[in-house]
Design a protein around this ligand. Structure first.
Ligand code: C2E
Ligand code: CA
Ligand code: CA
Length: 702
């Protein structure tokens, strides 16, 4: 179970791990890369074209500047071909114009242009008509594409577009400069950069198509990332969804709860783990319907989750169980808070009044318990299990209740496990020992009978009393084997003692309710006793009141059969339950054992005496013998003798003892003196040490 849960937890953690940010980073990276590639490509094209154009122009202007420098004459450009009628301006270093041809259309934007392979920068000044050029921070000439676009469609541009050889060409001017005469003069030549409109158009188209393609790819990637993230979110929701309550499920509780406990900022908060159970939920479903029941669970879930504060959490565990994690300041405050929640839940339906059981494990805070950091993770599953164990202690009641976890619970559970593990081997190895507690006639002090009582003499776990093992065997059904074991051992002992010539008295053996349900119980007992050839009248069968079950008819049949076979049948612990008289009415029994509870209180309790004496009378009228159990005081013995009680089984006479001791009692049972001396010892040595033999053996005290 544990393994399965931790596996699911692992899967859940993987699913929950949000990978969307990886996708977003990937997308940004791809987008950046694609746009850069596009810009680089387009830029390279533009660059290549403009370089080739401007460099051509620059060469002419350089040539003109050189001619001018060499000739120094007024008309230095006579050597130029006629076509070269470009405007120029020559200034001194201060900017005063020395020579000029054409209009001075220089703007105030001057910058440099850098072309690969070119050693020095080309210096340029833009023309007044070309305001799409600007100078950047590094002093380089740049194009403002927005302005270029505007300029392209402006009226002024029309003048720059010329029809040539059937193709529309586009011209824009720029002033290129060249320093001459060792920098004392500057030659500005007006260059005209010519771009064929078709080329520009194709370039633009190419850039646009490329851009659209890139955009499509990017959009596809983005859609993919978003849809993956959405489906992942859906998957996370489904994985952590509780189908009944539509709230969170157990795995979510484990992961979320453990994460909360891990977070450093909550280290000072105290948390408690709760198991909240809707009592008799299945019953409600039987009376109404499963759908109605599930509606109630939904309501419960929403009421509790509405009561939660920040960093508290809850989930539907299974059936009617809910796991809750609350913050608290102290246990009293926690209890009050849970009581408030229970109050809300009890009346959640208006018509019904429900009950809820809550098991609580206060975890304390991480700071208090030194649980900080990943390695000191709280095992929430274990803690919830403990809360369930605490809650299980309330299972006897149908009223609402709260139970805090106690380490004793764990120890008890461990002991139950140990007993269950060892029971079979203990039986096979004969580790169960029969102790005999004699029953005496209070009027004559004569040994009249005994009760066989089990002890577990375990080499590993020590000497154990029946109270530590019988309730466990009764719950797990192993008691049936114990009953058989006891009957066979008692039958064997009785036969041995009989053969040895001892004066045997009937020995009663306890038979559990679980066993009494067997229809052929009487036959089973008969066969077990017959296997040793023990006379049936030496065996008595004790039934506790709780063993009386509903099928009275079957019960009466078994008792009648047992009596027909010659066994005595007694009712144990008479007066300890609620239905004693009722059972007495129906069952044909031989012996009535008055419960030890009658003799454990005040010695001169008048009312108690009346009840006991009336019970003895009642038994007599029903032709039953009476045995008083748990008698420790002399006054009680005298009182019982006066009332005509047939036998006393109590520490006043003897504690349960090993069979060797019991043999001695039998052997000396005719000798009233021996018995009286035991009695004297008991009376003299205070109530706690009634038997000298038991003193020597501490195990006797069981
Ligand atoms: P029980 O059948 O009512 O047995 C009587 C218990 O009262 C015995 O406890 C006995 O030691 C104790 N007792 C007798 N006289 C006195 C007395 O004067 N004062 C006090 N304080 N106690 C006295 P024990 O042996 O510990 O057995 C406890 C219970 O365990 C028994 O109660 C019986 O219910 C169960 N049990 C013991 N052996 C067996 C067995 O072999 N089979 C079954 N099914 N149950 C057994
Ligand atoms: Ca008994
Ligand atoms: Ca009893």
């Amino acid at each position: 179970m544990k393994k399965l849960t931790s596996k699911r937890k692992q899967i859940a953690k993987i699913i929950k791990k949000n990978n969307a940010w990886i996708g977003i980073i990937f997308f940004l990276f791809v987008a950046f890369f694609a746009v850069s590639l596009w810009a680089g490509l387009v830029g390279a094209f533009v660059y290549y074209i403009s370089e080739s154009k401007i460099m051509g122009e620059y060469k002419v202007i350089s040539y003109m500047a050189e001619l001018y420098e060499q000739s120094g004459s007024e008309n230095p450009f006579s050597g130029l071909p006629d076509k070269e009628t470009r405007d120029y301006i020559i200034t001194d270093s201060k900017g005063n114009i020395l020579h000029q041809r054409g209009e001075d259309t220089r703007s105030n934007i001057s910058a440099s242009m850098e072309f690969p392979g070119q050693q020095s920068l080309i210096k340029a000044t833009s023309d007044k008509s070309t305001d799409f050029l600007y100078c950047d921070e590094d002093g380089e000439m740049q194009i403002n594409f927005q302005m270029l676009y505007k300029w392209f469609f402006s009226d002024e541009t029309k003048e720059s577009v010329r029809e040539e050889n059937g193709s529309r060409n586009f011209y824009f001017p720029i002033w290129l400069e060249k320093s001459i005469r060792d920098g004392s003069e500057i030659f500005y030549g007006k260059a005209t950069v010519e771009v064929r409109l078709n080329d520009a158009f194709f370039l633009l188209l190419f850039a646009a198509v490329l851009f659209v393609l890139i955009l499509i790819v990017l959009v596809l990637i983005l859609v993919n990332i978003i849809s993956t993230a959405v489906s992942q979110k859906k998957m996370v929701n489904v994985f952590f969804l509780d189908v009944v309550t539509k709230g969170h499920n157990w795995i979510w509780f484990l992961i979320h709860g453990e994460q909360t406990l891990l977070r450093r900022k909550y280290a000072k908060n105290r948390y408690a783990v709760l198991d909240l159970v809707f009592v008799r939920y299945r019953n409600f479903c039987v009376c109404h319907s499963v759908e109605e029941g599930e509606k109630m669970l939904c309501k419960l879930n929403s009421i509790v989750s509405d009561s939660l504060l920040k960093d508290e959490t809850m989930a539907h565990y299974a059936s009617a169980n809910f796991a809750v994690m609350l913050r608290y300041t102290d246990e009293e405050q926690l209890r009050k808070r849970i009581e408030e929640i229970i109050k809300k839940l009890e009346g959640m339906d208006g018509t019904h009044r429900f009950a809820f059981h809550v098991g609580v494990v206060p975890l304390g805070s991480a700071v208090e318990t030194g649980r900080r950091g990943k390695k000191l993770l709280v095992d929430l599953e274990k803690e919830y299990n403990n809360a369930c164990a605490a809650r299980a202690t309330l299972s006897e009641t149908d009223e609402s209740g709260i139970a805090f976890f106690d380490q004793k619970l764990v120890d008890e559970q461990k002991w139950i496990d140990t007993v269950q593990e060892c029971q079979q081997a203990a039986l096979e190895n004969e580790e169960f020992v029969v102790y005999y507690q004699p029953k005496y006639d209070p009027r004559t002090d004569e040994l009249k009978g005994a009760e066989a009582l089990i002890r577990w003499d375990s080499p590993e776990h020590g000497f154990r009393s029946p109270n530590e093992i019988i309730p466990i065997f009764e719950k797990n059904g192993f008691i049936v084997n114990i009953d058989r074991y006891m009957i066979t051992h008692v039958a064997r002992d009785q036969k041995k003692w009989l053969d040895a010539g001892l004066k045997c008295v009937p020995v009663s053996v306890n038979v559990s309710r679980a066993h009494f349900i067997d229809r052929d119980l009487a036959e089973q007992i008969r066969d077990m006793v017959d296997a040793y050839g023990t006379p049936h009248e030496l065996i008595e069968i004790e039934l506790t009141e709780s063993a009386f079950f509903d099928d009275k008819k079957a019960m009466v049949t078994t008792i009648t059969k047992l009596r027909d076979y010659g066994f005595h049948v007694s009712m144990d612990d008479f007066g300890s339950g609620y239905s004693s008289l009722n059972s007495l009415k129906d069952m044909p029994l031989d012996v009535l054992k008055l419960d030890a509870g009658f003799f454990s209180g005040d010695l001169d309790d008048e009312r108690g005496e009346i009840v006991v004496s009336e019970a003895i009378k009642l038994a007599k009228n029903l032709n039953m013998e009476t045995v008083a159990e748990g008698v420790e005081a002399k006054e009680q013995v005298e009182f019982l003798a006066r009332q005509g009680c047939d036998m006393i089984q109590g520490y006043f006479y003897a504690r349960p003892m090993p069979k060797e001791e019991y043999e001695k009692r039998m052997a000396g049972s005719d000798d009233t003196e021996t018995r009286s001396s035991d009695k004297d010892t008991f009376e003299a040595s205070a109530d706690t040490t009634p038997d000298t033999q038991e003193e020597e053996n501490p195990e006797y005290n069981y």
